[in-house]
Design a protein around this ligand. Sequence first.
Ligand SMILES: [Zn+2]
Length: 314
Amino acid sequence: MVPRVSVRELVILGTASQVPTRRRNHNGYLLRWDTEGLLFDPGDGTQRQLVHAGVAASDINRILLTHFHGDHCLGLPGVVQRLSLDRVAHPVHAHFPATGQGYFDRLRHASPFHDTLDLREVPVTADGHLADTPAGAIEARRLDHPEPAYGYRLVEPDGRRMRADLLAARGIGGPDVGRLQRDGALDGVTLDEVSEPRPGQRFAFVMDTRLCDAVYALAEGADLLVIESTFLDSERRLAHDYGHLTAAQAARVAASCGVRRLVLTHFSQRYDDPAAFEAEARVHFDGDLVVAEDLMRVPVPPRRMVGRPGAGDT
Ligand SMILES: [Zn+2]
């Protein structure tokens, strides 16, 4: 078995909203976060997009649905049956609005198959903490959309990074490093003296919604924000009526929340030119901006460094 490389990136499987186009599949996003794989909103065709993207079913640990409009969930039967066919041995957790349990049950068992999957359902009933994972804590927030919808964010706890130079200066090496990390001190040397803060990273996923407080709460301080911009601002009345955002609104959210890398997606089929979304967003947001295309890979930006300009790691 090939060991997994430690990597944090978003694999974009689809970027269309209601109607797929020749170039855009229905939604679908796989977040690789070290050893974890989080699949968000698998729309129709997601199973095949996973093949195109070189993602194995066994890479998926968790499936998160924002809501039950078809472009966000019609790929679930294929993904579930593929996980089973490939005899994925680890448990797969699934999150979705609890009010849609009936829809989930039908998608989960849409047609007969030999079911070997250990699928653990953890429906979302309220705002707040949802699960602790090896990647960090997952939180949910209710969005403002005609169908009950939740956005998600992943919050990695802050930690500390050991500094090889400071350890060496105090003659600490080998198994003593582990002891110091475990106990917080060793022979009068404290952990703080030989390490530095390592800020946790954040990922946020905001799909179908009007502008509301939850959008800001999810996006706050995100290293990587994936957010719908179904419409351009010229159609902002339509966006409001249908419960969606415009590129300008999404970009203003990103700017006011200190987002580092912004990914716009979920585009209406009425627009031919993705450059229009970039131009509109650019007026409001001067950070990293990505107008999503199918099968793009977007890295989570390198970790923010504290107190050591120029230093960097993942
Ligand atoms: Zn929707």
